[in-house]
Design a protein around this ligand. Structure first.
Ligand SMILES: N[C@@H](CCC(=O)N[C@@H](CS)C(=O)NCC(=O)O)C(=O)O
Length: 218
């Protein structure tokens, strides 16, 4: 099987898929989308035009959650989805919560870092508080309980570490460190010890640092 992952280092969505590929021990090549994401050149390979994109034996795939589940199906070891239907639904709900709530809240910090954020302290506070509110809700969903109770790592656990790192780095960049619920912090620290997660955290941190440095003002 020949797998190509199209990605960029700052994308937490790309990290989700890379982590699963690494955890499964699947050989793959990771390259940036030719012409950039959304370009006609890239759309000829991955019609959705978004990253991550993946081509498996010539077949294009898009959407990080679809790719994660696909990889779990073609390479069953180690299993990253529970077998019990309620538990599977819970994993999918946490994946959705990541994409629509947590990543979306963190993404709102990006335009501020690009602008003169020092001139907009209220906007910085509102955006950072938005991330913290999303993480409070995540805590109420009992997200940490699965790993901390020893149920084993699932796709849901793997979705969060790079996004939380992204929030932490963007908050620190704007002198507004994020405060995480303690259980979420512990959960993230525990998942981050997996070598596959640690590798993507390093790739992601280096890419974020380069990206933020491009907008720093004297
Ligand atoms: N739901 C998609 C979202 C991915 C996404 O938003 N990727 C961004 C970059 S981080 C992107 O490609 N944006 C351009 C586009 O969607 O055309 C997934 O999970 O893969």
């Amino acid at each position: 099987m020949i797998i190509t992952l199209y990605g960029i280092g700052v994308s937490a969505f790309v990290a989700k898929v890379r982590i699963v590929l690494d955890l499964k021990g699947l050989p793959f090549e990771e390259v940036p989308p030719p012409g950039g994401y959304g370009s006609d050149e890239y759309r000829r390979l991955v019609p959705a035009g978004s990253v991550p994109g993946m081509v498996v034996d010539g077949v294009p795939l898009h959407d990080s959650n679809a790719m994660m589940e696909f990889l779990d199906e073609i390479a069953p070891e180690p299993p990253l989805m529970p077998s019990e239907p309620f538990a599977r639904a819970r994993v999918r709900a946490l994946l959705g919560f990541h994409d629509t709530r947590v990543e979306a809240a963190v993404r709102a910090l990006f335009p501020l870092v690009k602008r003169d954020w020092r001139a907009e302290p209220e906007a910085v506070e509102a955006a950072c508080a938005g991330v913290e509110a999303a993480l409070e809700r995540l805590d109420q969903l009992d997200a940490a309980a699965a790993v901390l109770a020893g149920e084993g790592v699932t796709l849901a656990d793997l979705a969060y570490p790079c996004t939380l790192q992204m929030g932490a780095m963007l908050g620190a960049e704007m002198d507004r460190p994020l405060v995480l619920p303690p259980r979420i912090e512990d959960w993230c620290a525990q998942v981050s010890t997996l070598p596959a997660v640690a590798r993507s955290l390093t790739i992601h941190a280096e890419a974020m640092e380069d990206w933020m440095a491009g907008f720093r003002r004297a």
